[in-house]
Design a protein around this ligand. Structure first.
Ligand code: PMP
Length: 362
């Protein structure tokens, strides 16, 4: 029996993608071995690798100016790899601070250059309840790039319109909302996302990079950390995480089969509307700390009136077959992560549970 999985990441994967992996696990396409036992230079694996790239290119509408890379080390490695490639001790980059992950990215940049806080919505209690407005950004036209976190997994805030940063390349950590809908890739110098929320298992990081931007990256850093090394070798410079990429391929094929990112967006908006609807009609009981315009479609955060009720909510939901609802330790309360694999039906079950919980415990 599979549970309804609201984990923040690693998160639930679409059943058809897992079933496909199960069916092919021991004997991949009659080759007598698993895909993970194949050489990364063999034609069997290469076809999977290339299909994953072409599916992503098609789904997201990636223009010819940009290239897909499969890297490792998670989004955390990107926190360091971005400044390593684009900063020198004398150059700056603008960071838009919207949560714990932006703070971590900013700290890593200090090892290579002079990152600046170009905007922050941190509050005196160190929490964040919104993303900045355009008029709050203090951008430096000479910055090497502007960095933002498109969706703040812990606080449940999201950029619904990306800021105008002029001609400076925009770098975005999209770990927790990559592929929730279609975006205009041409606006970004570089996008990165750990796969383990919307896309597949942990172990592979997806990068979509502007080729001209990465070509300007530093050449005096170890070869392995240059984006161009991986771009020139189609992400096969060294052994990539083949099984993780295979599963990403399965997830992308599933997305395409359902109707692509337009369908993902419809479902994600419907799920968010169900949850915020349940919060708002019971606003005397559930409290959503995030300001309305910044509410995340992927991670819905709310608090019950007491710690005891938060704990009871998690425990009773678990009895009803729903897991992964406890808020992040720094934010507390409840967090519902509704990535692409979570169905509208799953969320409807939770929204009904929320109404019922108020009636019995409110
Ligand atoms: N950025 C965001 C927005 C995240 O949600 C996370 C993980 N929860 C990270 C970065 C860190 O990712 P990783 O564990 O892949 O390094």
């Amino acid at each position: 029996m599979r549970v309804i999985n609201f984990n923040p990441g690693p998160a639930g994967l679409p059943l058809p993608a897992l079933e496909r992996a199960r069916d092919e696990l021991l004997d991949f396409q009659g080759s007598g071995m698993s895909v993970m036992e194949h050489s990364h230079r063999g034609k069997e694996y290469e076809a999977v690798h290339d299909e994953a790239i072409s599916l992503l290119t098609e789904l997201l509408g990636i223009p010819a100016t940009h290239q897909v890379l499969f890297l490792t080390g998670g989004a955390s490695q990107q926190f360091a790899q971005v400044p390593m490639n684009f900063l020198t001790p004398d150059t700056g980059a603008d960071y838009l601070m919207t949560g714990v992950w932006s703070e971590k990215a900013f700290e890593e940049a200090k090892y290579y250059g002079k990152p600046r806080v170009a905007a922050t919505t941190v509050q005196p209690d160190k929490h964040y309840t919104r993303v900045p407005r355009q008029d709050e950004l203090k951008l430096d036209a000479k910055a090497a790039y502007v960095h933002l976190t498109s969706n703040n997994t812990i606080y449940g805030t999201q950029w619904h319109t990306f800021p105008d940063v002029g001609n400076v390349p925009l770098v975005a950590d999209m770990s927790s909302d990559f592929l929730w809908k279609r975006i205009d890739v041409s606006r970004f110098g570089l996008i990165y996302a750990g796969a383990q929320k919307n896309l597949g298992p942990s172990g592979v990081t997806l990068v979509v990079a502007d080729k001209a931007f990465i070509a300007r990256g530093r050449k005096d850093i170890p070869k392995f950390f240059r984006y161009t090394t991986h771009a020139e070798n189609n992400s096969l410079y060294n052994t990539p995480p083949t099984f993780a990429i295979y599963l990403v391929r399965n997830v992308l094929a599933w997305m395409k089969g359902l109707g692509g990112l337009e369908q993902m967006e419809r479902q994600n908006r419907e799920k968010a509307a169900l949850l915020y609807g349940a919060i708002d009609r019971n606003s005397g009981f559930y409290r959503a700390p995030v300001e309305r315009e910044s509410r995340s479609v992927m991670n819905v955060v709310f608090h019950l009136p007491s710690e005891e009720l938060n704990a009871a909510f998690v425990a009773e939901a678990k009895k009803a077959g729903m897991v992964g609802l406890k808020g992040h330790r720094t934010a507390g309360g409840i967090r519902v992560s509704t990535y692409n694999a979570v169905t509208v039906e799953n969320v409807r079950t939770l929204a009904t549970f929320m109404d019922h919980f108020v009636k019995t415990r409110g």
